[in-house]
Design a binder for this molecule. Structure first.
Ligand code: SF4
Length: 599
């Protein structure tokens, strides 16, 4: 435990690094945890005092995010990704193997206080599954031999900086490139053209290109930016949503790692279009390893006059970008929850309207767009709207980055024109006897083998990017069960239909898996799903039941073979649970809960 003087010095340092800004509470907490190894109660009290915040507010934020913790996690915190793709690639067995090697139980600190091993939601490496994070750094493509090496390094207490680089080598796996991933881009190209177009000209280009948001909803970018520009408040913000938390997606990681200039240039164009001077990239906590290269790219752009005051020599065009790191909360991918998080609060989605384009970050007009949307905006201004919309369909212009993972020979990122048939992408990625594809992650669409002629497009099967393939041997009930557990874990807890509904749904799926399901449970699940769909506060609650609904509809046999009874059967076996107690006490009377001797 930290000495009081040391703890206060750490808090003081972290608060000062964030300019004593209450809105940077999350960054302060991350900093304190980074130095102390955890967030003890005294640290929260000290942070509250230093920032002049009620302690309850600090506690609420600290307890909301999965990557923050009050108890020490040792010198090595190893978090295995538990996305279904990792599961199918052997995550469970490998994690157990590592726990045995290091003499540690999952979710418990080892007796020597050295290591903590647990699971976490998808970490954005589904193309290199199974994968894990060690102290926030990615460990892709795990197998027993790599884990033997990890065991050795941990036992030797070797600092991470001395671990072999190959353990952390994340492959880009770009399998098909187009204008975003393949065409050369010289930083400043789009800004030079934008200087001639002006703000209205940039908006006109977005409209002519028919650019729609790549986060999944497909809202027209020109409409969003124009609304922001027309907002009466002159202080406006640009926010890049890099909280790529949808299981199975990793294409934003690739864009940020390889084409950060394209993203930053798109944000700068948005700033010109709406009249903003400050932008933020909200980067998911699981991508912390990208912070240093992204900071370096921003510094270079400032040196080159592409950020800062008088961008490109244009007097009055002032704009800069700051990076903000999340701390493990899927719900922060929802734009209003993301803004709450940017303000240092728990990521609870706001009531809407008003939408962020009128009332966003700190109550000011804010344009929130996905990483890929900003990259598209830069290409549109650099190449012209006509070149952009020459690809794709009438309602879905341009290309789409798709993260392909699962039962395929060539997992990775594919830049495809909108309108591509799912069958074509399956063939290109070397899918092995596919029976279904989950497009758009757990909240997206389950596409069965009968529907492989459907197309990736807003007007048919929309997607933020995930494309998880399941071969004929896979049990789709287990896929749906993994997704329901994910939603139960990630529900932010704000509203009852979702908080309780996701857990009940996950428990019922567990009951079915244990062979205790009945037709009664199916009826209960259907009515529960209706409540969640109609009464939840945000999209997570609305879509959390979708994996079950769609699997029931498209693969009913996956459920039917688990239903042994028509009548209700309890999940809890009271008689069995009391067996040991009966043995110890020697009771066999009619009150000892023996099924054969009901009182
Ligand atoms: Fe939170 Fe779920 Fe309610 Fe959305 S629906 S606000 S995630 S509890």
């Amino acid at each position: 435990m930290a000495e009081a003087g040391h703890l206060e010095a750490v808090v003081e340092r972290c608060v000062a690094r964030c300019s004593n800004d209450r809105g940077e509470l999350l960054s302060v907490l991350r900093g304190v945890q980074g130095e102390l190894g955890c967030l003890p109660r005294d640290a929260l009290t000290a942070v509250a005092a230093a920032l002049g915040l009620p302690r309850a507010n600090v506690e609420a934020t600290a307890s909301f995010y999965h990557l923050l913790h009050g108890e020490p996690h040792g010198a090595y915190e190893i978090l295995f990704s538990d996305n279904i793709v990792d599961e199918l690639a052997g995550r469970r067995e490998l994690m157990q193997y590592l726990c045995e090697q290091l003499w540690v139980q999952p979710g418990k600190l080892s007796e020597d206080g050295l290591v903590w091993i647990a699971t976490t939601s998808d970490i954005g490496l589904a193309d290199q599954a199974p994968a894990a994070l060690v102290n926030g750094r990615p460990l892709p493509a795990l197998d027993k031999s790599r884990l033997d090496l990890v065991t050795e390094l941990v036992r030797e207490r070797r600092p991470l900086a001395e671990w072999p680089a190959m353990l952390f080598a994340v492959a880009d796996n770009v399998r098909r490139a187009g204008p975003l991933l393949g065409a050369p881009f010289a930083p400043g190209t789009a800004l030079t053209r934008a200087a001639a177009l002006g703000a209205e000209g940039v908006l006109a280009e977005m409209a002519a290109a028919k650019l729609r948001g790549r986060g999944g909803a497909g809202f027209p970018t020109a409409t969003k930016w124009s609304s922001c520009r027309r907002a009466p408040d002159p202080q406006r913000y640009v926010v890049c949503n890099a909280d790529e938390g949808e299981p199975g997606t990793f294409k934003d990681r690739v864009l940020l790692a390889r084409h950060a200039d394209l993203v930053f240039e798109g944000m700068t164009l948005a700033a010109l279009a709406i009249g903003a001077q400050q932008g933020f990239v909200y980067l998911r906590g699981e991508y912390a390893d990208l912070l240093i290269p992204l900071e370096a790219a921003l510094a270079r752009r400032r040196r080159d006059g592409l950020l800062g005051r008088g961008i490109g020599g244009a007097a009055g065009f002032d704009f800069d970008i700051a990076l903000r790191l999340g701390a493990g909360a899927y719900i922060c991918g929802e734009e209003s929850a993301l803004i709450e998080s940017l303000e240092g609060k728990p990521g609870h989605p706001r009531n809407r309207p008003p939408y962020p384009d009128r009332c966003g970050f700190r109550g000011k007009p804010t344009a929130v767009n996905n990483v890929e949307t900003f990259a598209c905006a830069a290409r549109i201004v650099a190449d012209g709207a006509a070149a952009f919309s020459a690809l794709g369909t009438a309602d879905s212009a341009g290309t789409k980055l798709v993260s392909v993972a699962g039962d395929v020979a060539r997992p990775g990122t594919y830049e495809v024109p909108f309108g591509i048939a799912i069958r074509e992408l399956l063939a290109e990625s070397g899918a092995r006897e596919p029976q279904a594809v989950q497009v758009g992650g757990p909240s997206g669409t389950l596409v069965s083998w009968r529907e492989f002629g459907r197309r990736i497009a807003f007007e048919d099967v929309p997607t933020a990017g995930a494309f998880m393939v399941f071969g004929r041997g896979r049990d789709l009930f287990e896929v749906a069960r993994n997704f329901t557990r994910f939603f139960a874990h990630e529900s932010c807890g704000f509203c009852t239909p979702c908080r309780v509904g996701t857990t009940l749904l996950a428990n019922t799926m567990d009951k079915l898996a244990a062979g205790k399901g009945s037709a009664w449970d199916m009826t209960q699940m259907k009515s529960l799903m209706h409540v969640m769909l109609t009464m939840s506060h945000c999209g997570l609650g609305h879509t959390a039941a979708q994996p079950v609904v769609q699997t029931m509809a498209k693969f009913p046999e996956a459920f039917e073979r688990r239903l042994k009874n028509l009548d209700f059967e309890p999940a809890f076996d009271l008689d069995g649970a009391l067996a040991t107690a009966r043995l110890i006490t020697g009771r066999d009377d009619r009150w000892a809960h023996l099924l054969s001797r009901e009182p």
